[in-house]
Design a protein around this ligand. Structure first.
Ligand code: C2E
Ligand code: MG
Ligand code: MG
Ligand code: MG
Length: 279
């Protein structure tokens, strides 16, 4: 049931809308006003420690409550926001809101609760996010850096702009952790794992989807996990939908799992209930 909920939570006709230039312009105009009109919200997906079943982490995932189109998923509007140059403001809001919520859950449930936020490459540009402001915000909330994980993609690590490295280093100096999202789908070069200080690898769901004993994807997952552990990184498998996938991942030594098997992304109140039941 969680699977269906996850799949059906967005209106998919926006994709068709985008093919029409006029509709696309309309959506862009609406998007430009969405932050001011408080139309964004965050859902949170549990990240489960596979060996114990405990939940001490969650990923913040943005949604847009459009006044006439309904709930729109990030795949539909984040690329638009990147093109329109308004991703930085949206990303700042995501960070502040996720940090605020993490502080609440650390107080009410687990003192070591950790929240992951996705950060677009554009937010790492020169005119991008201000890491000073982000760190000041954490201080105001009395949150240590390690309560936050920044999820980046391989695409970002290829960027030769020194701002990328500077911002990542500033985060690291503050104790913020870094996860490499969608691992295996980009133009991966394993040398990036050495060059940048990364804490988590998130195996992309495309490798998890067809997991079975003796499959190529099984071999890839096992190899990624062994390599990551030798480098001192933890591994999170994305898109875990079945018990069989979970069990194969546990046998391969994977540290964490995330996916519809455990829970779809949830509104904050429902995530609280989830934290309660999987203490
Ligand atoms: P992601 O960071 O790789 O997030 C995981 C996506 O997989 C989420 O889609 C999640 O709902 C979905 N998912 C989780 N479990 C399963 C599963 O078992 N099966 C399948 N098929 N899918 C699963 P969502 O929420 O639509 O987000 C899509 C992408 O949008 C994210 O991929 C991320 O790249 C981006 N995104 C989301 N929130 C933000 C944000 O606040 N800022 C930025 N810049 N990007 C965001
Ligand atoms: Mg992510
Ligand atoms: Mg991913
Ligand atoms: Mg490290």
């Amino acid at each position: 049931a969680a699977k269906d909920k996850g799949r059906n939570q967005f209106c998919y006709f926006t994709r068709a809308m985008q093919q029409n230039a006029q509709n696309r312009r309309q959506l862009l105009r609406d998007l430009a006003g969405a932050l001011g009109q408080r139309q964004f919200l965050l859902h949170y997906q549990p990240i489960v420690e596979l060996a114990t079943g405990r939940v001490r982490k969650g990923e913040a995932l943005i949604r847009w409550m459009h006044p006439s189109l309904g709930l729109i998923g990030p795949g539909e509007f984040i690329p638009l926001a990147e093109d329109a140059g308004i991703i930085v403001g949206i990303g700042d809001w995501v960070f502040r809101e996720a940090a605020r919520q993490a502080a609440l859950w650390r107080a009410s449930h687990h003192a070591d609760f950790q929240i992951s936020v996705n950060v677009s490459p554009a937010q790492f540009a020169a005119e991008g996010l201000s890491h000073d402001e982000w760190l000041a915000h954490l201080q105001q909330l009395d949150l240590p850096g390690h309560s936050i994980v920044v999820e980046i993609t391989e695409r970002l690590l290829m960027d030769t702009n020194p701002e990328v490295r500077n911002k990542l280093l500033a985060f690291r100096d503050a104790g913020i952790q870094v996860a490499l999202d969608d691992f295996g789908t980009g133009y991966s070069s394993l040398s990036y794992l050495k060059k940048f200080d990364i804490d988590y690898i998130k195996i992309d769901q495309s490798f998890v989807r067809n997991l079975g004993p003796d499959t190529d994807d099984m071999a890839l997952c096992e190899a990624i996990i062994v390599m990551a552990h030798k480098l001192g990184l933890k591994v999170i498998a994305e898109g875990v939908e079945t018990i069989d996938q979970r069990d194969l991942l546990i046998r391969a030594g994977c540290d964490y799992g995330q996916g519809y098997l455990f829970s779809a992304p949830l509104a904050a109140e429902k995530f609280s209930v989830f934290l309660e039941s999987f203490a």
